[in-house]
Design a protein around this ligand. Structure first.
Ligand code: FAD
Length: 540
């Protein structure tokens, strides 16, 4: 029976003093003052690498401000310190089995390491973000989501328990289903530092599959959900119990050049519907799609300019408007020979018998079969090339942004959005991105997680004025995404980015932000943890 009351306990762990040291050497500090966002002005007084929850609790108590960091792959400045202590989770590497479908993993374990630990048992952590060097603590703190959200949801859906050290140094053992908000009073926290009450916000969160936009809120919410996506501002995650797949899916990657965006939307809409039917009916031969990624025409031009298409053997037909990369899940029993038979049958228009055949048949119906290329589950090298092709799009844009910064104006920066709309509004949203950029005369490229309606429009700046115009457009796009029932902050979080913090304010209004501040004030009255992340202490 759930309760709204939670008791925090004293921290456990060994007392090895070495793991409580604060390293204040400039060499060590310089290594942690920037994250992947290259957010300016990072500074820190010291770095610590605790080895247990007791070390974490001790360090929180001796420091004025603490920023937890994992792999610092944040693209929002959330892992950029603004003074105080940087607490790296690199030594929190515990790993315990918790049955076949759960593991308890230390906050510092990377997704790559987690998948390796799961490999001998044939298991798999499904909702991983594209950057697999990210840590368990980082993905929980940002509610990270990857390409396969369509099938597997976000990190939140896979977190069943968390150990969290609070700003007061006490520890919460949170288990999903145990502590839920009471209708009138919200939550009650009891610890040696006094009893405290706090309520979830009353703002309505967008009903989309991905949302990394401040504190989760719902009337009878589970307390664990408050800490998922809180970006380190409410407590430090020491370990997480994650649900894992008992069997790693057999995935085929299919690169599909499309002649028009409308055709791509129609194909992906059809595949989404059929996959949902398969999940509902459990038809072993039904079409099963985990993800569809995309790159627009400009991305493909950049890859041609860079020679990436030739290097990876991915020259697409003339007239390709957009490329899709589909993750098709097959049954383990699909042999290569059967697969080729099915592909050939689809090409000849014969009735399909298997999952793969039915998929090929859909491609044929949408006029996309002839140009498609498939990498079957065993074809790892080709699948890796396809994934590298898709990943080359952000790299190509980042490289051009860096060059423009060096050669034209040091103020030039990456100007990108991370927004989601319901899939049936994606066509409208893509038109809004295009029209906005055309109105401002900007060069741009768009790629992303097409099957979720979550894409990343990026400016390719030629001047600093392009960056300014691009930032203004992001605010415009955010309003449009919200109007279409989406979320302007889909998977990367908010961090210290002033633009993303403004998107958050516009999404929930000043009252919503004030409700988040009220939760923070109760759990972290001295504003010790990750100050400046999500919102400032006082209203601006
Ligand atoms: C090339 C690239 C691709 C990416 N692709 C995706 C993607 O597909 N999907 C996606 O969601 N994101 C993506 N990201 C963003 C980033 O990888 C994720 O946000 C990731 O979850 C961050 O993990 P991290 O370990 O690097 O955390 P960090 O960047 O170190 O920290 C991120 C935030 O989490 C907090 N934090 C870290 N550890 C803890 C902890 N133990 N307890 C409490 N708070 C903590 C930090 O304070 C910070 O606010 C991408 C980034 C890059 C560079």
């Amino acid at each position: 029976m759930p309760t709204h009351v939670i008791h925090a306990r004293s921290p456990r762990g060994d007392d090895r003093a070495a793991h409580r040291d604060i390293d204040r050497s400039p060499d060590s500090i310089v290594r942690v003052v920037a994250d992947a966002a290259h957010f300016p002005g990072g500074r820190a007084d010291g770095v610590a690498r605790p080895g247990s929850e007791a070390d974490v609790a001790h360090l929180i108590q001796v420091a004025t401000h603490v920023l937890p960091i994992g792999a610092q792959s944040s693209v929002t400045g959330g892992a950029t310190p603004a003074g105080g202590l940087v607490l790296s989770t690199g030594r929190l590497l515990s790993f315990q089995e918790a049955g076949r479908e759960h593991v308890r993993a230390g906050a510092g374990i990377t997704i790559d390491a987690l998948q390796e630990l799961l490999t001998p048992g044939g298991r798999w952590y499904a909702p991983f973000p594209t950057f697999t060097g990210a840590t368990v603590g980082g993905i929980v703190a940002t509610n990270a989501a990857g390409a396969a959200t369509f099938k597997y949801g976000t990190t939140r859906d896979w977190v069943d328990a968390l150990t969290v050290v609070l700003a007061c140094g006490c520890v919460l053992d949170l288990e999903r289903g145990q502590v839920r908000a009471a209708p009138d009073t919200g939550f009650e926290l009891r610890c040696t530092h006094g009893d405290r009450r706090f309520r979830p916000g009353t703002y309505a969160m967008p009903a989309v599959p991905k949302c990394s936009a401040g504190y989760f809120a719902a009337p009878d919410m589970d307390l664990i959900d408050l800490f998922v996506g809180a970006e380190g501002t409410l407590g430090i995650v020491v370990d997480a119990t994650l649900r894992v797949l008992a069997t790693r899916p057999a995935v085929a990657f299919v690169l599909v050049p499309m002649r028009s965006e409308a055709a791509a939307l129609a194909l992906v809409g059809d595949l989404r519907n059929r996959a949902r039917e398969t999940w509902a009916s459990q038809d072993p031969q039904g079409i099963d799609i985990a993800a569809v990624e995309h790159m627009d025409r400009r991305c493909l031009e950049l890859l041609r300019e860079d020679g990436t298409d030739r290097r990876l053997g991915m020259t697409l037909p003339d007239g390709t408007a957009l490329a899709l990369l589909i993750q098709l899940e097959l049954t383990q029993a699909t042999s290569e020979r059967d697969a080729f038979d099915e592909i050939a049958a689809a090409g000849e228009g014969r009735a399909p018998a298997t999952r793969l055949g039915r998929f090929c048949e859909r491609l044929r119906q949408h006029g996309a079969f002839a140009d498609a290329e498939i990498a079957l589950p065993g074809h790892r090298a080709r699948a890796a090339q396809m994934l590298a092709f898709r990943e080359a799009a952000p790299l190509a844009v980042n490289q051009r942004v860096g060059e423009a910064r060096r050669q034209i104006d040091p103020r030039i920066d990456k100007t990108a959005a991370d927004m989601i709309v319901p899939f049936d509004r994606l066509g409208e949203m893509l038109a809004i991105y295009r029209d906005g950029y055309a109105r401002r005369g900007l060069d741009y490229a768009i790629w992303g997680h097409f099957s979720d309606g979550n894409v990343h429009p990026n400016v390719i700046p030629r001047t600093y004025e392009d960056v300014v115009a691009g930032r203004e457009l992001i605010l415009e796009f955010g309003r449009e995404a919200t109007r279409l029932g989406g979320c302007p902050l889909a998977e990367h979080g908010v961090g210290r980015s002033s633009l993303k913090q403004q998107l958050l304010r516009e999404l929930y209004g000043a009252a919503g932000i004030e409700q988040m501040r009220a939760v923070k004030r109760v759990l972290d009255p001295a504003w010790k943890l990750a100050p400046g992340v999500l919102f400032e202490r006082e209203a601006g």
